[in-house]
Design a protein around this ligand. Sequence first.
Ligand code: ADP
Length: 756
Amino acid sequence: MKIKTKQNHFFGALKARTEAKGGITLEDDFTGETKFHYKDFGSIDWYRELAVDQRKRAREKEKAENSPNIVNYVRSLADAASGWIIVTVIGLLAGFAAGVIDIATKWLSDLKSGYCRGHLYLNQEQCCWSDNLHGIDEDNCTAWRDYGNPNSYGGHVLLFIMYCLMGTLFATIAVILVKMIAPYACGSGIPEVKTILSGFIMKGYLGFGTLLVKTLTMPLAVSAGLMLGKEGPLVHVACCCGHAVSQFFPKYRNNQAKLREMLSASAAAGVSVAFGAPIGGVLFSLEEVSYYFPLKTLWRSFFCALIAAFSLRAMNPFGNQHLVLFYVEYDKPYHLFELFPFIILGILGGLYGILFIHMNLSWCRFRKRSLLGQHPLLEVVILALGTSILAYPNPYTRIQSGHLIRLLFKECKRYDDNPLCDYDYSKNATTVFSDGITQASWQLILALIVKSALTVITFGIKVPAGLFIPSMVTGAITGRLIGIMTQKIIEAFPSSPIWEGVCADPTSCIEPGLYSMVGAAAALGGVTRMTVSLVVIMFEVTGGLQYIVPFMVATMASKWIGDAFGKDGIYDGHITLNEYPYLDVKIDMQQQKVRSIANNWTLTSIPFQGSTTEKLCTMLADHPYSGFPIVTTQGRLVAFITREDLHEGIAAGRMLISDDPNDEFIDQTVLFTMSTPLVSAGRVPIRLNNVIDYSPVTISEQTPIALVLEMFRKLGCRQVFVIRQGELVGLITKKDLLQFIYETRNNDQTSYSQFK
Ligand code: ADP
């Protein structure tokens, strides 16, 4: 038998040394060089992944210290800088993707009403710009051709038909692309990103195909007029960029825990470009989607969000100076008595959240059970056509949701053409009593009903669809209406002691636009249950720094009301609905003990002594488990070995002895310790003591499940071992725990089966 000590071509990265008597021992860095392999929907082992990374870093540091040459210095510098390089590239890509999406959305939306003669690729603004040269005057723009003359009956009908047809066509193209090329590109993606960041594998979810299709279909879906937004999906797109960039760096490609640090930063970049809210993005990543968020990730997210915001700014897709979406110019201070309507808005937002979550989840369940689920194309076509028909007659549903929000947030100014304000020139004041405003109010109420009803049935269709903007629209309309009502009340009772002292002019005492902003925050808070990040996003989005307190009041009220009826926000609701294996931090498991999960496990374990390659290979072939405990004859747990380490360890050991395929199969002894005496002379045992984990996490049968939950969450372990009087009796994986929680909650035996 020949002993090979050189590196093998197949296990290029593996190193081994032979010891005169000790047999084949795999080097200490065996696991550091290899990559953990996980099956689809498997859970990652944070604890081991991070340990492997730390070991690798320590080794490299030692190497650099022992031989301080320029190569080692550059290598360690490159290693340290790689994280920052990745976040820089992610930021640039996310900004670029958002810019492209914004430009395409604007172009496609304009294409629904007309086209630019001779320059089909230009949107209305660019077309008129190039036509007028001195400025944008869309009324006197001859280059832009509407499909029909809005002043004539026939032209109006033509415009309506084109609006419906184009909208349906865009939606159809989007759903076909999603269905045929990248099914994972549908939806907002936030529930899935949340699940992935919590440590689960969803192969292809952040793949290049998904990135491409989602970027292409998002403008189509938004400009189709469907009640959805592109802000949530941008988080998914940014995470796809993060995943793609990380693939070029082995440190992140081969380590799932490190990869997730980059994905957290990407999520921050996504919100940064979606709303132009970099700090809000960092907080969103921390509060809403991330699971493991060390300080270093916070700084990287901050930097990534910053680069993304810069990159979008450089593209300047809105063609104006403001990077913020809904910039408000007013800075009128709010009065103390207004906190009351703000609280009411918060309560309404919370109630809307409860209602929306309940109805949307019920609709999604119905969709899954019914024919709708089997015919996503038909569903999208019907919905797009229906939405266009319902939306066209009302100006507030016809315009894009983003424009509507901008309009609702706007203040009432003299010489302003805001249809929501009616300026009384004789009194030099804004009035809310005239016929015009009453009609606008009715149209707003109708828009509120239509938009909220359509959002319920739209979220969950098979095209990219976000919830931020539709929820904000609902809240903003409600806010504006409450604002108008408050204004009316003040005008009706101008001498009320509540506002008499503070309102110099009762006709312009309050700013209905502010109510709109507060309402938007409240509704979004009710639906998503975000708090800190939401307030920051809101003031970054509007530039209304002095309105932080109203935002905080409304968001808190909305969260309290929402949480009183169930702690799950819409994303958690969809995680549960889709049975994603997500270990929620909010789960309350005070009573049960580990014993209640199971008490008669049948474990497949490896004997500490007497294992041979043949026995272990048979065991690997017979059992699909991701790892095996190593136990003494008395049943005591000694160590744990992952499936990959065992498989590759045996293969590497065998290869090092002989890589000649014609060599007859030799059944080697496998040892898990250095101290075991040598067996049968002439045979070279394979020692796996360097690749096994001698400190697996153990618990007793009496351990409360709440504690086990914390262990999974805080330590990030993949499995824990159950000990009874010193003897190993069982093992609990993250999914076993999830299954148990699910069964306890729903009394349902079938869930999570798809991930088993
Ligand atoms: P995951 O599904 O998280 O990837 P595993 O593949 O390790 O985890 O485990 C799948 C199921 O098999 C779990 O229910 C777990 O309790 C059980 N299991 C895991 N390892 C063993 C083992 N060595 N012996 C018996 N059952 C096991």
